[in-house]
Design a protein around this ligand. Structure first.
Ligand code: HEM
Length: 426
């Protein structure tokens, strides 16, 4: 017996999730409380959504739980079979151990100048005095940051080709058509909408393998690719070239759209909260800058679900969920709990000042446990530096008075109109 949930057929629940995810989850919370079960098209069993921080802690701290449903099928052709996003158990842990040091908080300083330079160059080309959508600019910025800081490709011709191919891969991954086509293909059988992705991935690998061959043994680079080339598993072995391609594309897929969207939301919230924008100024107060980012990731979590398949029974809110059940925190619901966050729907960076730090498992924009986001420190560094560089170069204001709605885009929640702003010279 699973907790109750909406009685509509899976097609209707899927449509509500795809088109109006926030109102869907909020209505489930109102009707069913802390834990509820939803049914999505293409999944054989229901998925249980949680929002109680203690239940989320219990879910994330059991390291034997498996991958969430669907992740493998949807991502495999894009990220490849050795991706840290897809492996499980000891194979997954071995990759995490090898990949964590390059992403350690203290190493992030090495990338600050790159982010600043990329942002300053992009912002210089923004229109002045005319409305435009900031989200696409943030996507261009985070893509460029990844090409430089993660892939470290310096050859201009190879760099240009790589950007073009990565852009095409990302566009194909993000399309609504793909998501929906994929759900239908799983249900009805039919042409595999992922074939196009596989072809794009092959072209990228050809280019990356050439880069890896040239760089093996060269040593010394600060970019993540160079660090992965030098990193060793516990048995002393290095990652194979093809696996390095998988991990690099994984970092791109996991780190590009997410960070761009988080930045787009932060700007969106700031332009609609002039007092916070004023207090932030050019971002030179590190405590307030950090508070703005924590609050933005709370109120507009970019990734709404980061679930697990239970490896053992779990008790939640009086229900015993059997092993094999798919369970996910509803990150948005967890972040808008009135018992943890007074006035939960207000954007108030001040709630994070005076030494207040995000309360454990009630703030989980990066998931948790052994699958917690590998790039969390990178993302926070990038957001911090990008915001300060932007606000140091231009003054921004909202292009429209009404705040933007949350729209689901692939696996993310993003601003429906792409963060329409107006920029002015400072
Ligand atoms: C604001 C930006 C970002 C957000 C909100 C975000 C969020 C997440 C979430 C929710 C997960 C799943 C965690 C779980 O299941 O417990 C995840 C996993 C992951 N993220 Fe991020 N992420 C961001 C940026 C990045 C960046 C910049 C990178 C790398 C450059 C990255 C790399 C990864 C990887 C490799 C995983 C898989 C970890 C694993 O399965 O062991 N992410 N991220």
């Amino acid at each position: 017996m699973l907790p109750p949930g909406p009685a509509e057929p899976p097609a209707i629940q899927s449509a509500r999730w795809l088109l109006r995810p926030i109102s869907f989850m909020a209505s489930c919370r109102r009707r069913f409380g802390e834990a509820f079960s939803v049914r999505f098209l293409g999944f054989r069993t229901p998925m249980v959504m949680l929002s109680d921080p203690e239940a989320i802690r219990a879910l994330y701290t059991e390291r034997r739980h498996g991958l969430p449903p669907g992740r493998g099928v949807a991502l495999l052709p894009v990220v490849g079979p050795r991706s840290v996003l897809l492996l499980e158990g000891p194979e997954h842990l071995a990759r995490r151990k090898l990949m964590l040091p390059p992403f350690h908080g203290e190493r992030m300083r090495a990338y600050e100048a790159t982010v600043r330079e990329v942002v300053e160059r992009d912002v210089a080309g923004w229109p002045r005095g005319d409305p435009f959508a900031a989200h696409p600019r943030m996507q261009a910025i985070t893509l460029e940051v990844i090409v430089r800081a993660v892939f470290g490709v310096t050859d201009p011709v190879r760099g240009a080709r790589l950007r073009e191919l990565l852009r095409a891969l990302l566009d194909a991954t993000a399309s609504f058509g793909l998501q929906f086509g994929f759900m239908l293909a799983r249900r009805l059988g039919g042409p595999d909408p992922l074939d196009k992705l596989r072809r794009r991935r092959e072209q990228i690998d050809t280019l990356l393998l050439a880069e890896i061959r040239e760089r093996r043994g060269a040593g010394g680079g600060e970019d993540i690719l160079s660090l992965l080339l030098e990193a060793r598993f516990e048995d002393g072995g290095a990652m194979a070239d093809q696996e390095i391609c998988d991990q690099l594309v994984t970092l791109l897929v996991a780190g590009h759209e997410t960070t761009a969207t988080a930045l787009a939301w932060t700007l969106e919230l700031l332009v609609h909260h002039p007092a916070a924008l004023e207090r932030l100024g050019d971002g030179s107060d590190p405590a307030y800058l950090k508070a703005v980012i924590s609050e933005s990731l709370r109120l507009r979590p970019v990734v709404p679900l980061a679930g697990r398949r239970l490896s053992s029974d779990m008790t939640v809110d009086g229900w015993v969920l059997p092993a094999g059940t798919d369970v996910t925190p509803s990150i948005w619901l967890a972040h808008t709990r009135a018992d943890v966050y007074p006035d939960p729907f207000a954007f108030r960076p001040e709630r994070w000042l005076d030494g207040a730090s995000p309360p454990g498992y009630a703030w989980v924009p990066f998931g948790g446990g052994v699958r917690r986001c590998l790039g969390a420190a990178f993302a926070e560094m990038e957001m911090r530096v990008a915001l300060a560089a932007t606000l140091g170069a231009v003054k921004v204001e909202a292009a429209q008075a009404a705040p933007e709605r949350v729209a689901r885009r692939n696996v993310t929640f993003s601003p429906a109109r792409g963060t329409r702003i107006v920029a002015w010279e400072t």
